[in-house]
Write a protein that binds this ligand. Structure first.
Ligand SMILES: NC(=O)c1ccc[n+]([C@@H]2O[C@H](COP(=O)([O-])OP(=O)(O)OC[C@H]3O[C@@H](n4cnc5c(N)ncnc54)[C@H](OP(=O)(O)O)[C@@H]3O)[C@@H](O)[C@H]2O)c1
Length: 249
C-alpha cells in the first residue's frame, strides 16, 4: 500500500532521458504519477522502482504517439481514479539523422505526430481539468528551432510550432488561471543526442529535471535551459543571411 499523494503529474515521454528524470524527481516530491511512453514493459519497470523508492502511486499508459489518433482521451481515461491533476509535462520527442529533406512522407508524418500532434491533442484534452486545478503545462522546445536550417528540418518546424501553442495558451488564460511553461532546451545527455558530436558539453537530465520540477505552479514563462543559449539564440538570429547560410553543424 502506497502513501496517498494529493496531486497527480502526467509525464509524456517518461521512459528515458528528461522524462524519466522528471518522473524520479516528482515521485521524490510526493506526486502521484501517470507515466506515458510507447513500451509497456519499460514503463512498468520504472513505475515499480519509483513506487518502491518513494512510496507514491505510479500508473502507466503505453501509447505509440506516432500512431495514436487521440492520445489525450486515453490519458484522461487513465486519470479517472487518480488524485487531481496538477501538472502535464510533455517530454516526448524524436529527431532523426535523415531529417535533412531526405525523409519519405510516412516518416515526416511520424515526426509531426510525436513532436507536434501529440502535444496539441493532449493539451486540448486535459485543458478543462488543468483549468479547474489551476495546474501547469510544461512544453519542451529546442534550440533547433531558433532558425531554420538544412538539418532537423521537420523536427525544428514542430518545435517552432510549439512556441505558437505556448503563446496561444498564454493569450487565452489570465495570469494565475493556468501556468504555462516553455523550456527551450540546449543539448541534454540523453538517447536523443547519444553518439552525436556536439559543439559543447550536454547538460545532465537530472539537473534539468530538478530545475523544472521546482518551478511547477510558479507562473508562466518561456526560457532557455541552459540560460546561455538565450545569448547564442540572439546572436544566431541577428546574423545576416549570407553569414547564417554558411553555418554548418
Ligand atoms: N536531448 C536533447 O539534446 C534535447 C534538446 C532539445 C530539446 N529536447 C527535447 O526534450 C524532450 C526530452 O527529450 P530527451 O532528450 O529526454 O529524449 P529521449 O531520451 O529520446 O526520450 C524521449 C521520450 O519520448 C518517448 N517517445 C518517443 N517516441 C514515442 C512514441 N512514438 N510514442 C510514445 N512515446 C514516445 C520515448 O519513449 P519510448 O521510445 O519508450 O516510447 C522517451 O520516453 C523532447 O521533447 C526533446 O525534443 C531534447
Amino acid at each position: 500500500m502506497t502513501a496517498t499523494a494529493s496531486t497527480t503529474a502526467v509525464i509524456v515521454g517518461a521512459s528515458s532521458g528528461l522524462g524519466r528524470a522528471l518522473a524520479t524527481d516528482l515521485a521524490r516530491r510526493g506526486h502521484a504519477l501517470l507515466l506515458v511512453a510507447s513500451d509497456a514493459r519499460d514503463l512498468q519497470a520504472i513505475a515499480a522502482d519509483l513506487e518502491l523508492r518513494f512510496d507514491t502511486d505510479v500508473a502507466t499508459l503505453a501509447l505509440d504517439l506516432a500512431r495514436e489518433p487521440d492520445p489525450g482521451a486515453r490519458i484522461l481515461a487513465s486519470l479517472v481514479s487518480m488524485p487531481p491533476l496538477s501538472a502535464l509535462l510533455l517530454a516526448a520527442g524524436v529527431s532523426r539523422d535523415d531529417d535533412d529533406f531526405s525523409l519519405p512522407a510516412a516518416r515526416i508524418g511520424e515526426l509531426l505526430s510525436i513532436n507536434l500532434h501529440a502535444p496539441h491533442a493532449i493539451v486540448h484534452a486535459l485543458l478543462p481539468t488543468l483549468r479547474e486545478t489551476r495546474g501547469t503545462i510544461v512544453l519542451f522546445g529546442s534550440i533547433a528551432a531558433i532558425r531554420g536550417r538544412g538539418r532537423n528540418v521537420v523536427y525544428a518546424s514542430a518545435k517552432r510550432a510549439l512556441e505558437s501553442l505556448y503563446e496561444s495558451l498564454r493569450q487565452a488564460h489570465a495570469a494565475g488561471a493556468l501556468h504555462v511553461q516553455l523550456y527551450r532546451l540546449g543539448f541534454l545527455a540523453t538517447n536523443l543526442t547519444y553518439g552525436m558530436k556536439l559543439p559543447m558539453a550536454a547538460s545532465e537530465p537530472d539537473a534539468v529535471a530538478r530545475h523544472i520540477a521546482a518551478r511547477l505552479g510558479k507562473g508562466s514563462f518561456a526560457r532557455y535551459v541552459p540560460r546561455r543559449f538565450a545569448l547564442i539564440a540572439a546572436i544566431v538570429r541577428a546574423l545576416p543571411w549570407f553569414a547564417f547560410r554558411r553555418m554548418r553543424g
